[in-house]
Ligand binder design. Structure first.
Ligand SMILES: [Zn+2]
Length: 304
């Protein structure tokens, strides 16, 4: 286990440092060579550096054990940080878009230097190597975080390839306007990814679940237990990448308490058996046919 954590940390740090180097190189080159596309590409890489850094910085807070004030632990610190970060990335994307549009409208198109081409080629090769490394290590220790990081870097390679194509056309066709147009597209892409980060973090903060098929799995798990009927008011939310689950079941009202408890325990075990990453389950037991005054929340077979 310790080995896995070490590999993950080392891989993340290599990603941070590699990306930071490429990002800085592109930002400086973008400014020096006058290429907005290269500058935007560099800013996009910088946002990835911040994202990886947040995971590394938030890790000590996230892994704090639960206490009487934070009984569910403090894993949502990561989602809070992601939300703040998404605003930074969003405004950065808007800024790139507006600046590029301004350059086009005001015909402030500058001649580019060949330096931009070389740095973009270096960036593509560097990112490709980083992405392969992340993917290899992610597969080795089976980390979805590292694999997601690898996919993100592969997208960066696509962006840089687009920049290179634009630069190529700029030099071959003498069409310098292509550069701010590509920068605008990158700006839009950055805004789009910021919205994605915001939505994903807020889903967790607002007690939603990413995949609602979990409710079908819970109902199926309850149906496997004999003596447990009508699972309803099922609620689930995320604690980190785990689930907390609360549900009501009905049992024969004439059972002894210890028999009813045995069924509730079996329901808990059955759910844990069919769903990975369960943090906690609470099963509320009612006599068969019990009618609630009002069912305000949760999922049952009818409203799934
Ligand atoms: Zn109930």
């Amino acid at each position: 286990m310790e080995d896995r954590k070490k590999i993950m940390l080392r891989t993340s740090w290599i990603s941070v440092l590699g990306n930071a180097f490429l990002s800085l190189l592109k930002i400086v080159t973008g400014i020096v060579s006058g290429s907005l596309a290269v500058l935007s590409d560099g800013l996009d890489s910088a946002s990835d550096v911040f994202t990886s850094l947040i995971i590394l910085i938030a890790t000590p807070i996230i892994s704090r054990p639960p206490n009487s004030k934070y009984v569910y632990g403090q894993e949502k610190a990561e989602n809070m940080a992601s939300t703040i970060l998404s605003f930074v990335i969003f405004f950065m994307g808007c800024q790139i878009f507006i600046t590029s549009l301004g350059k086009i409208i005001h015909h402030e198109i500058t001649e580019l230097s060949l330096l931009a081409v070389w740095v973009t080629i270096i960036s593509i090769i560097g990112k490709l190597l980083l992405a392969l490394y992340q993917f290899y290590q992610g597969k080795r220790v089976n980390s979805s975080m590292l694999k997601a990081n690898a996919v993100n870097m592969r997208n960066d390679v696509i962006i840089s390839a687009g920049v290179l194509l634009g630069l190529g056309f700029t030099f071959l066709l003498k069409l310098p306007i292509l550069d701010p147009i590509i920068a605008m597209l990158i700006g839009l892409y950055i805004v789009y990814s910021a919205v994605g980060i915001f939505k994903d973090a807020n889903l967790v903060l607002m007690d939603g679940v990413r995949d609602t098929s979990i409710y079908r799995e819970i109902i199926e798990a309850v149906e496997k237990v004999s003596g447990a009927y009508n699972p309803h008011r099922i609620r689930s939310r995320h604690v980190g990448n785990m689930y907390t689950i609360v549900l009501d079941i009905e049992v024969d009202g004439n059972l002894l308490l210890k028999e009813a408890h045995h069924i509730a325990q079996a329901v808990e075990d059955s759910i844990k058996h069919s769903i990975d990453n369960v943090y906690d389950i609470v099963v509320h037991v009612e006599p068969k046919g019990f009618v609630h005054e009002e069912e305000k929340f949760g999922v049952n077979k009818d409203n799934l």
